[in-house]
Write a protein that binds this ligand. Structure first.
Ligand code: HAM
Length: 420
């Protein structure tokens, strides 16, 4: 029989209770900051028709060519677990006519993505992204604001990271540039690695992603897109930089920065961290003014980014994890069946009033229940035995200083409130 309990599928894992505080901290912080910038949450489906990603991301990309979780469902339809969410957000935006009133629509999402990539530190096959998309504007200040928001989130968590930006041109200037690139690559074809030889034909820009040592001298001499932009793209890029400068944002222009998805136009950026090792990209994004049309919609100018939640959590200090954990305000220790029933009733009543209560179901001794209360970090213990039941007066013990006194039912909530 297959062992079902020792391992998850490779590249997938469980996020356990001891780690969850850090995840929730990041998610809550992101929600607050995105809200400040006027973004609202969207939850799109995790499974989509394969064609949405094949067309949206580009059939020559590694994601579509090698990494998608694609299968034929019971209706004989080819479906895919989303490898990213931008194509889905654009689909939902068009499908729900969010472009109707004109103006800018700001959306964000938090959730799992799936890519069958080679396993490596910082890389999972089910990973989580926090992403934001602004649809309906090509104003360069929107690009700068999006970057400012992403960096603001990282800074608020005490994470140091570096911003790399580039412009990858548009439908006017990029084809001309790619021709030039291809011609140059043809001259050196014999000296390049197998992947580069293939990319030279299919997706020349991706040559800049090659890590093979012997290819580097040739790649370094290739013409760069930033020197071959059309006037409009060059102007847009210089305005984005001016807005970033005004916001006091430090960045490096990296003319060889290309992204692994085909939909980018003009602004492309990455936020990297030196503490992550080989998989150093914390976030990536850019403008994708042509994506809507590729999917069959009207022209929509848009940009966005996604941040790798798994990688960000890796960078947060351990102590962040204990910060948010809620300790029970009251542990109810009970002796005997009638006391247990009373404890259930008191806990129910106090929880309705907003208090956090914990009681043990194992019917252990008072000593073992006190031990558990200490382990959980409970603030107070209410002791319920036959005596207390008969009198309707209980003992309460504050664990911090072991101070113990008697309390009536009606006063417990007041006391707990006074401790908040
Ligand atoms: P991406 O660069 O493919 O862009 O992914 C964004 C981020 O997701 C990466 O920088 C990385 O932190 C994280 N990530 C990607 N793959 C993995 C993995 N296998 N394991 C762990 N983390 C990973 C996009 O997905 C675009 N949709 C971003 C975007 C939004 N562009 C415009 N709008």
């Amino acid at each position: 029989m297959e062992d079902l309990i020792s391992n998850n599928l490779p590249g997938t894992r469980d996020i356990l209770p001891e780690e969850i505080d850090r995840w929730q901290l990041v998610e809550e912080r992101a929600r607050r900051i995105f809200d400040q910038y006027g973004f609202t949450e969207i939850r799109t489906s995790i499974i989509e028709p394969t064609e949405l990603f094949a067309r949206g991301i580009g059939s020559d990309t590694d994601i579509v060519g090698k990494e998608m979780y694609t299968f034929i469902d019971q209706s004989k339809r080819s479906v895919t677990l989303r490898p990213e969410a931008t194509a889905s957000v654009v689909r939902a935006y068009l499908q729900n006519a969010m472009n109707r009133g004109g103006g800018i629509t700001k959306l964000y999402y938090i959730g799992p993505m799936f890519r069958h990539e080679k396993k490596q530190k910082g890389r999972w096959r089910q990973f989580y992204q926090i992403g934001a998309e602004a649809l309906g504007s090509n104003h360069p200040a929107v690009d700068a604001e999006m970057i400012e928001m992403a960096l603001g989130l990282l800074h608020s968590l005490g994470v140091k990271a570096k911003l790399l930006i580039n412009s990858v041109g548009c439908g006017q200037c990029r084809p001309r540039y790619i021709e030039m690139l291809r011609a140059e690559l043809k001259v050196h074809l014999a000296d390049l690695c197998e992947d580069c030889r293939r990319r030279a034909e299919t997706n020349s820009l991706r040559v800049f992603d090659c890590k093979v040592e012997s290819c580097q001298p040739f790649i370094e001499k290739l013409p760069v897109i930033t020197e071959n932009l059309c006037t409009e793209c060059a102007e847009h890029f210089s305005k984005v930089q001016a807005y970033l400068n005004e916001a006091g944002i430090v960045y490096d222009v990296v003319p060889r920065l290309v992204r692994g998805l085909d939909y980018y136009i003009r602004t492309a950026f990455e936020i990297v961290s030196g503490e992550l090792g080989a998989q150093n990209a914390l976030a990536g994004g850019g403008r994708y003014d042509g994506l809507s049309e590729v999917l069959g919609g009207p022209p929509v100018q848009a940009l966005g980014f996604a941040l790798g939640l798994d990688r960000l959590v890796m960078l947060l200090p351990e102590e962040q994890s204990a910060k948010g954990r809620r300790k029970p305000e009251l542990f109810l220790a009970h002796m005997g069946e009638p006391a247990f029933k009373k404890a259930l009733e008191i806990a129910r009543d106090l929880r309705r009033q907003g208090h956090s209560c914990y009681l043990d179901f194992a019917a252990g001794t008072l000593k073992s229940q006190m031990r558990l209360a200490n382990k959980l970090g409970a603030e107070n213990v209410l002791i319920i035995g036959d005596n207390e039941l008969a009198r309707g007066i209980y003992s309460i013990k504050r664990l911090k200083d072991s101070c113990q006194w008697e309390i009536g039912l009606a006063e417990i909530s007041e006391y707990l409130k006074s401790r908040k």
